[in-house]
Write a protein that binds this ligand. Structure first.
Ligand code: ADP
Ligand code: MG
Ligand code: ZN
Length: 506
């Protein structure tokens, strides 16, 4: 009898719903004109009476924050509400000196929506409950027995995205966050880097039976700040709750924290001590009223969403799956790629060459250019959003010219990379830079033959060894010739030339 019961209680899976806060990268804060730059390291330099919460100051709504909220709402297929209202969420904490946070409770900006996620070959739709705007609080920094406050973060716009409890595995939660991050970065409304607090997650978890009946109490794990900790905290909490069930220990509806060092969750507050926030409409702000035209205007400026773009890249450019997924992670680089490809076609025509002649066919060209941009250029600019070196200096036209020079074998690999370095650092068009540096022409074939002859004359013994079967010496000869031509020849051409001469003597 007892055994039967034990087998039954193990047949649970987690039920998971997420609440995600994302800082919006507007130029200025949500309700004042202070610069929104949370990573700026001199504390309390981006502040004013509004974001310090001084009495008598009045908030003024930043339209850009609303537009960004509309973008993510539309991007996740939600319904943008024609009227949404700010509320005061009242509580006391040192990082919130005015005693309330401006948020949206009763009438959020966005209702509904969903994201499609894939994991382990399976697809799942995670429904969204709502998205609302709110302001960030100041940042508390604890140093020994002292706690300090930095108000640079206070008043930065946040969008909170609340899902339905549609996930039944911690891995789905991780995939959901990845997808959300991708869409947000795609829209360019936040960098959404969890390690910088630009995206933060609270995870709700309870137990459900395998056929989907919720049977436990919901535990909310607060302030998870990496994909890894979301997964680990959920896995830990799931097994804790299963253990509780097994040992007939009561599971409380409570808020728990995550201790990354110990790898455990710990209780913070029970439901009975839960705050009563005494929400009421913010009297200092009018509601956000949006006409269909307002929403359409924002929609018109949005990029095509990644799922749709992925299809297009596949159909239009015929790229390898690896390149497609890498471009989806680096949208700016993809849009640059698109421009470069069309410019390259013009250069090829201009030079009276043909795509067929150079590449064989257009799909080969598309893939070669994609590979070049992702590997060579992509490596140099690191992440185009993060690194100090950005794509700003390189125009698509100049990039295409460089590629036309490279693929029509006017310049070799080494020269191409050297030119690219300069273009990324300083800008400029490659043929001019090459002229300035004396790199514009690789060594002529006739000249190459002379140089190769000379090198071989001067290394008679090695030539003999080569002819006796020491094939590895060929690359030594190639190296010598390359050195002599100051790297301005094509190694493949040099190899062919050397082989020809060495062969003739046989
Ligand atoms: P509220 O905080 O407004 O009461 P809920 O607590 O119902 O709203 O929902 C907040 C979050 O908790 C949502 O992300 C939701 O998906 C999640 N959630 C709700 N019910 C459950 C459940 N049984 N198990 C896990 N998560 C849940
Ligand atoms: Mg809640
Ligand atoms: Zn301010």
């Amino acid at each position: 009898m007892k055994e039967k019961f034990e087998i039954k209680i193990l047949e649970y899976k987690p039920m998971i719903g997420l609440e995600v806060h994302v800082q919006l990268s507007t130029k200025t804060k949500m309700f004042c004109r202070c610069v929104n730059d949370p990573l700026r390291n001199e504390p309390n330099t981006l502040v004013c009476p509004v974001c310090l919460g001084l009495p008598g100051s009045l908030p003024v709504l930043n339209k850009q924050a609303v537009d960004y909220g509309i973008e993510i709402g539309l991007g996740a297929n939600g319904q943008i509400q024609t009227e949404s209202v700010f509320d005061r969420k009242n509580y006391f904490y040192p990082d919130l000196p005015k005693g309330y946070q401006i948020s949206q409770f009763f009438h959020p900006l966005v209702v509904g929506g969903s994201l499609d996620i894939t994991y382990d070959g399976q697809q799942k739709k995670v429904r969204l409950r709502r998205m609302h705007l709110e302001e960030d609080t100041a940042k508390m920094i604890h140093a020994g027995r002292t706690s300090m406050l930095d108000f640079n973060r206070s008043g930065i716009p946040l969008i909170e995205i609340v899902t339905e409890p549609d996930m039944d595995d911690s891995e789905w939660a991780r995939m959901f966050l990845k997808k959300l991050k991708n869409i947000i970065r795609w829209l360019g409304i936040s960098e959404a880097r969890m390690q910088y607090g630009e995206m933060r997650c609270d995870a709700n978890i309870s137990l459900q039976t395998l056929d989907g009946k919720c049977i436990g109490k919901v535990v909310e794990i607060k302030n998870l700040n990496s994909f890894r900790s979301v997964k680990q905290a959920l896995d830990y909490e799931f097994s804790r709750q299963v253990d509780c069930m097994k040992n007939k220990i009561e599971i409380f509806k409570e808020t728990r924290g995550w201790d990354a060092t110990k790898g455990t969750t710990y209780p913070q507050r029970r439901k009975e001590y839960e705050h009563d926030y005494r929400y009421f409409a913010e009297p200092d702000l009018s509601s956000i009223v949006l006409k269909k035209e307002d929403i359409d205007l924002v929609a018109g400026k949005m990029p095509v969403m990644p799922d749709i773009l992925e299809q297009r890249i596949r159909m239009e450019f015929g790229l390898k799956e690896e390149y497609i997924s890498r471009f989806i992670d680096r949208p700016k680089l993809f849009y640059f790629y698109e421009e470069v490809v069309s410019e390259l076609k013009l250069w090829i025509k201009d030079k009276k060459l043909s795509i067929q002649g150079i590449f064989g066919d257009i799909e080969v060209m598309n893939n070669k250019v994609a590979g070049f941009l992702l590997v060579e250029l992509g490596g140099m600019v690191q992440d185009e959003r993060e690194g100090p070196r950005s794509l700003e200096n390189v125009t698509a036209e100049n990039m295409a010219e460089l590629l036309s020079m490279f693929y029509s074998r006017e310049i070799n690999n080494q020269t191409t990379k050297a030119l690219l370095e300069i273009m990324v650092k300083e800008g400029g068009d490659p043929s001019n830079i090459a002229k300035d540096k004396g790199w514009e022409k690789k060594t002529e074939i006739g000249e190459l033959e002379k140089i190769a002859q000379n090198i071989l004359e001067n290394n008679k013994e090695l030539v003999a060894e080569y002819k006796n079967g020491k094939d590895s010496l060929l690359s030594f000869f190639v190296g010598q010739v390359m050195k002599e031509t100051k790297g301005l020849s094509d190694p493949e051409e040099v190899k062919d030339t050397l082989k020809k001469i060495l062969g003739q003597r046989d």
